[in-house]
Each structure stands twice: as structure tokens, then as C-alpha cells.
Design a protein around this ligand. Structure first.
Ligand code: SF4
Length: 344
């Protein structure tokens, strides 16, 4: 059978690797019911498969397999310097899933992970217990969909619904104690309408001009579809953030980003958004080095970026010009104090 890229490989999720210790977990059993024809392979530890040497991320990602495992050790991390805190204190992120079903050429996961396979950690309850312990000390702002796109795999994992209910429980009678961001490119508006809204859950939609989506955000929904999902989340009563991040350089970037802005605000009521973010592409030097080996034909990763303190980014004048241009366009719709620009 041809895979999504037209090659002769097994279809996605034809094989599912299951850690022996995770085999009887209710989440494992629920997920496996979604794949009645998959071949199940028992493994001792997810790293035996995920961290093997000599894997080809790009080829593997085109015929992605699923690994179900339990995460041990550190479950919460302090917010990374390349990520925006939106002015929140106690900024953390967590990774209950590794890798993504979408295939953005510029995605740092290609530089970070040795494998293109998707890992779902089934012990979400352990993450929740760790967060509760932390919340006993202080409130938290937590990004839960960074190293994946949780909404895109909701039919498989069901984790968006679980996070929303967890936040609701933590904030009951103590509003604002826990705020999470669920960042996505998914077009599944029905997901948000199927869930009761919760003020502590920010639905953050990453939007790009259609030309950028066509060029390098492979297998992702169109701009129009993503706008539709953001409309649905707003209508359902969730706080909504729009992320114009990463901005990607292309030769007609001004007109691309200008017409995207008009398209977005012809449908989205700007005054209903909690905020918007703007940031151009940036990445650690180690990740970009590996991505350049993986994707020799990708214009977006082969761009002659400038290394600033271990992070590659567009040359400062171009970065400033791109971000300022978009921020000015957005300021025609959104109050300036609700426009966040990434700062190193
Ligand atoms: S949607 Fe996000 S996590 Fe998924 S491939 Fe694209 S950049 Fe990576």
C-alpha cells in the first residue's frame, strides 16, 4: 500500500508497540480498540524502539507507528527560552505525547527526537498528580501541547477532553489557579463544541498564510479550516488565542501576511480574543543541524539563518521587519497590549 507520501510502506499505525508495563492500563486498552487490525508488538521500554540508532526521521514519519508507554521521572519542565510565557508567572510545559501527525518542514521535533514515531504516554494520571502537588505551592501556567498537536489526535488519545476536565476540577472554587494552553493547527471545531467551556483552558490556534501552509506545513488543515475551528472554540465559550508564530519568510511575505490578516479578521471578532502572538522562526543550533541533514531539499530549514547565542533565527533586520510588519497589521484589529511579540 502507498503511504501518505505515495511510497510503498505500511500505512500509519499498522504496528503498535506497547510497553509491557503499560499493556493493562485502561488508556492503552481504550486506544487499542481504535486499531483493531494493527499488529501489536510488546516491548520492554519505549526507548528500545524510539531511541534506536540510525533511524531516518523523515522516512519513518511518512509511515508513522504508534508507541504506548508509561513516562517516569520528570513530568513537568520549566518553560523553554524559545517559548512565550504571555506574561504569566510559573510557566511550565509538559509532554504527554511525543511527535505529531502533521508534518511541518520547520518543526523542531525533527531536530529533537531520534524517531518519527508517535509516543503516547498512557499514565496521564501521574502527570495530573504531579501538577496537583505543584499547585499546592503556587498557581501555574502550563503548555500541554508543545511537542505534539493534542487536538489533532483527539480521536485516538482523548487527551484534550481529559485536560479540560482536570483544569475544571483544579479551578473549581479557586479560579485562575491553573491555566493551560492547548496549541493546535487542527480544524476540528466539533471537538470544542463537544466540551463544556473552561476559562482556564486557552485554545491557541496557529495560523499561517495559505502559501506557507502549502509550501511547508504538510498534512495540516488549510487556513480557512483553522479559522473555522477558532470560530467554533469561541462560539463554545473557550478563551481563544491566535498564534502567528512561526512567521516564515517567503519572497512575497508582506502580501501573504497582509491578506492572511484580512482573511482572519473578516471572520474572527478580534475583541473576543484573549490575545495574539507574533514570532518569527527560531530554533536551537543543535536541532537545526540535524534538520538540515534530514531535509536537504527544504528551503525553510536551509535558509541562511543567523546564529544568535546558540539559536538560529532570521537576520535581526529581517526578523524585526517581518514581526513589526505583522504586529502593525494586527494592531488594526487587536489592542496593542494584547499583541505579544516573542523576546529572547
Ligand atoms: S503542527 Fe506543530 S508539532 Fe505538529 S508538525 Fe507542525 S510544528 Fe510540529
Amino acid at each position: 500500500m502507498r503511504n501518505l507520501d505515495g511510497n510503498y510502506y505500511n500505512p500509519p499505525f499498522s504496528h503498535i508497540y506497547v510497553e509491557r508495563a503499560a499493556a493493562e492500563h485502561p488508556v492503552t486498552r481504550r486506544i487499542l480498540t481504535r486499531f483493531p487490525r494493527a499488529e501489536i508488538i510488546t516491548i520492554e521500554h519505549y526507548k528500545d524502539v524510539f531511541c534506536r540508532r540510525g533511524q531516518d526521521y523523515v522516512l519513518q514519519h511518512g509511515t508513522q507507528k504508534l508507541i504506548l508507554a508509561k513516562k517516569h521521572g520528570t513530568l513537568l519542565y520549566e518553560g523553554a527560552p524559545v517559548c512565550q510565557s504571555f506574561g504569566n508567572e510559573n510557566f511550565y510545559y509538559t509532554s504527554c505525547v511525543m511527535n505529531c501527525v502533521y508534518d511541518c518542514e520547520y518543526c523542531y521535533l525533527k531536530g529533537m527526537y531520534p524517531s518519527g514515531n508517535l509516543v503516547i504516554f498512557v499514565n496521564l494520571d501521574d502527570y495530573f498528580a504531579e501538577i496537583e502537588r505543584r499547585l499546592a505551592r503556587h498557581s501555574m501556567y502550563l503548555c500541554v501541547s508543545y511537542d505534539t498537536d493534542l487536538a489533532a489526535i483527539e480521536p485516538i488519545a482523548g487527551y484534550v477532553g481529559a485536560w479540560v476536565e482536570f483544569v475544571r476540577g483544579q479551578n473549581a472554587g479557586r479560579p485562575g489557579r491553573l491555566k493551560i494552553e492547548l496549541r493546535t493547527k487542527s480544524a476540528d471545531g466539533r471537538l470544542w463544541q463537544s466540551l463544556a467551556p473552561e476559562d482556564g483552558v486557552i485554545c491557541a490556534f496557529t495560523l499561517s498564510p495559505q502559501a506557507v501552509i502549502d509550501a511547508c506545513e504538510h498534512r495540516t488543515p488549510s487556513l480557512a479550516q483553522r479559522i473555522g475551528a477558532a470560530e467554533a472554540a469561541l462560539a463554545a465559550g473557550f478563551p481563544v488565542r491566535l498564534c502567528f508564530d512561526p512567521m516564515i519568510y517567503c519572497k512575497d511575505w508582506r502580501s501573504q501576511y497582509a491578506s492572511m490578516t484580512e482573511q482572519v479578521f473578516s471572520r474572527i471578532p478580534a475583541d473576543k480574543l484573549i490575545d495574539v502572538s507574533v514570532g518569527s522562526f527560531r530554533i536551537s543550533q543543535e536541532y537545526l543541524k540535524k534538520m538540515r541533514r534530514c531535509e536537504p531539499g527544504s528551503a525553510v530549514v536551509q535558509f541562511p539563518f543567523r546564529n544568535e547565542g546558540g539559536f538560529y533565527q532570521y537576520p535581526p533586520e529581517l526578523m524585526e521587519e517581518m514581526e513589526r510588519y505583522l504586529a502593525e497589521r494586527l494592531a488594526g484589529h487587536v489592542a496593542r497590549e494584547r499583541i505579544f511579540r516573542w523576546k529572547a
